[in-house]
Design a protein. Structure first.
Length: 461
């Protein structure tokens, strides 16, 4: 296989020479997944020439790995016949994903290029809700009947399995098309040829409904360790399958979405490098404005304690230290709880167990930080006398006790807020780390000055 650095140059030279036979031979060793990102950088005219000489199977497989912008540019320069041939050759699930990303008028134009059968398939899949299993399923699967012998099943697989999405799983259906079981193909290969298929059934299978959310599908794939899961209608008739390659894409998209939300932004829904600047600003601005308005409450709280600050200006020195510790603890707790929720490590009904756990963790973490804060103030007061005044001991005690309270409160808020949001039916990732930090900043000020009033009353305050 030629070095990747030279691929674009080699292809450009062959296209310029119009040596289509050599170009076709040059492409043979390449896998579609490796070829797609390389050729996507070619000028669009050369890209179109490349797709004209490739085999229908290679073109369709390579097209699915290309970025959306490259796909759209390619279809614009192909003739209508070439574009129609390419769209008809795409697997139904990949074609649905592509059409779903297009504006409605463009998608309708693309649908018009499909053959009647493929158009019917595409329209039926696009009719399902966004982010549903129905949008991801393919109709390319193999089904056999329980009364067949293993020999008959293998003969059927050889005859009809060539263009199927996957042959790892074979589905057993009755005469009416109702799902009976699924069987790994290796069981057919290792069983006597005269054994009936019904003797291989073990009842260890599951299925999805076309309206199920893709997150549910992802959970079932993890639980049952399948490379494909059947999709059935309300009568339990199999209508398609969902494969693990699509689930890997879903897992990546869900993780990306959660990470972006945890960072205090709306999910971009597009690659960072290709999303329009105006759209990115819009998605980031909303949360920044909310957080900015929330931080304004900090100024309000400081104004309320203006008198205390005037009497004991030394308290202001430790405001960033104490308050940020609570926000950091809350962000930690929120991140851990949101991820545990996503992995199904606990249910909402376990909230009391999570609360006790975070209160204990917050107490321990607060004590650790409190001790460090007290030691730091004590050492500084010994090495640099009068740094914190004659009442440095009270200042140290205020900082230490406040850190315990604020870190406990931050841990509690960070762990409980995602559960409340989840209980309300929203994505818990929206309780992002910056949001938790802003909330704890405001309440942390109240805790800090309340502790100071109790400890320093009659001295500095």
């Amino acid at each position: 296989m030629p070095a990747q650095a030279n691929v674009k140059a080699d292809i450009s030279v062959l296209i310029a020479r119009k040596d289509l036979a050599a170009l076709k031979k040059y492409l043979e060793p390449w896998l579609p997944a490796d070829l797609a990102p390389l050729i996507a950088e070619l000028p669009v005219e050369e890209l179109a020439a490349l797709f004209r000489v490739g085999s229908r199977e290679l073109d369709a497989a390579t097209f699915t790995y290309m970025a959306l912008d490259a796909q759209r540019k390619l279809l614009k320069v192909l003739t209508q016949e070439q574009a129609a041939a390419l769209l008809n050759a795409l697997p139904p699930d990949d074609r649905t994903t592509f059409l779903n990303e297009l504006p409605l008028d463009v998608a309708m134009q693309m649908l018009g290029m499909l053959s009647p059968n493929e158009r019917q398939v595409a329209q039926s899949l696009l009719a399902y809700p966004d982010h549903s299993v129905g949008r991801m399923m393919t109709l390319d699967y193999v089904a056999v009947h329980p009364e067949w012998s293993v020999r008959e099943a293998l003969d059927y697989i050889r005859e009809h399995g060539y263009d199927r999405e996957t042959l790892n799983m074979v589905y057993v259906v009755d005469e009416a098309g109702h799902l009976v079981d699924d069987i790994r193909v290796r069981r057919f290969l290792l069983s006597p040829l005269d054994r009936p298929v019904k003797a291989l059934l073990d009842g260890n299978y599951t299925w999805l409904a076309p309206t199920d959310d893709r997150e549910k599908a992802l959970g079932l794939f993890r639980k049952f360790d399948r490379v494909a899961l059947p999709v059935v209608d309300e009568n339990k008739k199999i209508i398609g399958i969902v494969t693990v390659d699509d689930m890997l894409d879903v897992a990546e998209e869900e993780a990306t979405e959660d990470i972006q939300k945890l960072g205090g932004s709306e999910a971009l829904d597009e690659p960072y490098t290709t999303i329009a600047l105006s759209k990115m600003v819009k998605k980031r601005a909303s949360w920044l404005v909310i957080l900015f308005l929330g931080e304004m409450l900090t100024a309000t709280a400081l104004k309320y304690y203006e008198g205390e600050l005037a009497k004991a200006i030394v308290l202001s020195l430790f405001l960033p230290l104490v308050v940020s510790s609570g926000g950091n603890a809350g962000s930690q707790a929120a991140t851990l709880v949101i991820r545990a929720l996503a992995l199904g490590e606990f249910k909402l009904k376990d909230w009391w167990r999570i609360m006790r756990r975070e209160l204990a963790a917050g107490l321990a973490l607060g004590l650790i930080l409190g001790v460090i804060g007290v030691v730091r103030i004590s050492v500084w007061s010994y090495v640099f006398p009068n740094t914190y005044g004659d009442h440095w001991g009270l200042v140290a005690a205020t900082v230490g006790v406040s850190l315990v309270g604020i870190v406990m409160w931050g841990s509690l808020m960070g762990s409980m807020l995602p559960l409340v949001i989840k209980r309300c039916g929203f994505d818990p990732a929206t309780s992002s780390a910056p949001f938790i930090a802003t909330l704890v900043d405001v309440t942390g000020l109240i805790i800090y000055f309340t502790v100071a009033l109790v400890i320093m009353r009659g001295t500095l305050l």
